[in-house]
Ligand binder design. Structure first.
Ligand SMILES: Cc1cc2nc3c(=O)[nH]c(=O)nc-3n(C[C@H](O)[C@H](O)[C@H](O)COP(=O)(O)OP(=O)(O)OC[C@H]3O[C@@H](n4cnc5c(N)ncnc54)[C@H](O)[C@@H]3O)c2cc1C
Length: 447
């Protein structure tokens, strides 16, 4: 394969697809997306597809006042990472635009998740698909839009194995296909190949303090870009930080809906006692708490009232299908089956986080901590240009999504719900727009 393109995108997940969609709006740009394996998939595809955006028309229609700046302020309050506040703000300002664009121009059925409360989120800000089918549907829709563009080549089973660099910076990529390596020259290279959650040795090197969590991400996130970035002298940040999850069901690996604690679900220790205010922590921060509990687990208990409110989500449907939680007709059958002290459980369930008592029938599952995706990566500017440790731009190279430094800050507990797709789609949107705008063809239809 000999190719010469304007834009080479490494990875056809959330960030790569958005980058290509936006860049290719200039018909004079040729874009190639090199994807390691559609079969193994991307994190966006197995995600819940929850899109965090502040100040959308969906919020206004629901009478909710919000803004990108408020969204950014809440992310930064959780992360404490002011060093990248310009990037967070820029991406938050893009978020309502791409959410509305997905709905209005790409026809993706979006609704505001008014039933998706999250710790640290002052107003409903997560947008989701009508029908709650999650990331699978989202990525199928976006890739469908990409396939309709004549100036984009999406090359599957074509992992990028290195970058080509020369006097003018990065000048292309080396691609492996059918056991053969070839060079693709490109004016712009965009690294959109996520982080290193599936790479045990990099996880040991950077995230050892997370213990031995369940890994809930895809196998393709092997951190391929890290070596290339290091060789080029790129600065990296927040390497020990991850998107963790504290509601991973023991023995199943499916997750429970993070809205459950807001509906009154209680977390109990094996002695039947509650040990935290369940609504005070996001699911990523909760993982750190569970890691240090006996057996690295706790029992989540909820009732029919909570169940009715959360059952719509794809998470609960998948957990139900996997048999990951059980229904108990009364408190006695729960304590008997799980060998819990009845008095302690009664007292714990009589005054839960939202101030009510849980009423039978009850539902329960043992939950533990997991890692879904890493958050450390390359330092970039507001248009995704990769920076060196001195703050200089590495010419020809951009990065976004899980390959760039995420918005959680140095600790996984600083992760705000929706940050993952926000940084991927937000930076993809910004990079793609910037490339189309600077192409100078004069035929661009970029807005
Ligand atoms: C179970 C789960 C649920 C989640 N739910 C949410 C949610 O609801 N909301 C939210 O905001 N975030 C969520 N996230 C996080 C979110 O999915 C990720 O942050 C986001 O997908 C990152 O986007 P990306 O484009 O960087 O990576 P991905 O979407 O993973 O795409 C990366 C692509 O690069 C490809 N690739 C890797 N290496 C190479 C290579 N060398 N050459 C070519 N291609 C390569 C991969 O095959 C993959 O297709 C969730 C994550 C998980 C795992």
């Amino acid at each position: 394969m000999a190719m010469d393109v304007d834009v080479a995108v490494v990875g056809g997940g959330a960030c790569g697809t958005m980058t290509a969609l936006r860049a290719a709006r200039d018909p004079d740009l040729t874009v190639a997306v090199f994807e390691k394996s559609l079969n193994e998939g991307c994190n966006a595809q197995i995600s819940s597809g929850s899109l965090a955006a502040g100040g959308t028309r969906f919020q206004r229609e629901a009478g909710i006042e919000d803004s990108p700046d408020r969204h950014a302020a809440e992310i930064l309050a959780a992360s404490g990472d002011d060093a990248i506040s310009d990037v967070v703000l820029a991406v938050c300002r893009s978020a309502p635009r791409y959410v509305e664009w997905m709905a209005d121009e790409l026809g993706y059925p979006i609704e505001l998740g008014t039933d998706m409360p999250r710790a640290g989120m002052s107003v409903p800000r997560l947008h989701t698909d009508v029908g709650r089918r999650g990331g699978q549907r989202l990525m199928r829709h976006l890739r469908g839009a990409l396939n309709r563009l004549d100036n984009v080549a999406f090359v599957d089973r074509a992992p990028v194995v290195g970058l080509l660099s020369g006097t003018s910076g990065v000048e292309g990529v080396a691609v492996s296909q059918n056991g053969m390596s070839s060079e693709v020259r490109a004016r712009h290279v965009v690294l959109a190949c996520d982080g290193f959650g599936a790479n045990p040795s990099l996880m040991r090197e950077h995230c050892a303090e997370l213990g031995r969590p369940f890994y809930g991400g895809v196998s393709t996130s092997t951190g391929d870009a890290l070596a290339w970035l290091t060789e080029l002298g790129a600065a990296v940040r927040n390497m020990g930080s991850c998107l963790r999850h504290g509601l991973v069901v023991v023995g199943h690996g499916t997750r429970l809906n993070p809205a459950l604690p807001f509906m009154g679900a209680a977390l109990l220790r094996p002695d039947g006692k509650r040990f935290i205010m369940e609504t005070s922590l996001g699911y990523s921060a909760l993982a750190a708490v569970l890691q240090h509990e006996v057996g690295e687990r706790a029992l989540l208990v909820w009732d029919e009232q909570a169940m009715t409110q959360v059952m719509r989500s794809e998470l609960m449907r998948e957990s139900a299908k996997a048999g990951a939680f059980r229904r108990y007709p009364d408190e006695e059958s729960l304590t008997g089956a799980l060998a819990l002290p009845p008095e302690a459980v009664r007292s714990s369930l009589s005054n839960v986080a939202d101030g009510r008592s849980l009423a039978a029938p009850l539902y329960a599952a043992w939950v533990t901590h997991g890692v879904l995706a890493t958050q450390g990566g390359a330092m970039v500017d507001v248009e995704g240009r990769v920076l060196t440790q001195r703050g200089d731009v590495i010419r020809g190279l951009r990065a976004g999504g899980g390959t760039a430094a995420g918005f959680a800050g140095p600790s996984s507990s600083g992760y705000s719900s929706g940050n993952g797709l926000l940084s991927a789609f937000g930076m993809g949107w910004r990079i793609g727009n910037a490339l189309a705008e600077q192409s100078g063809s004069g035929r661009s239809c970029v807005r």
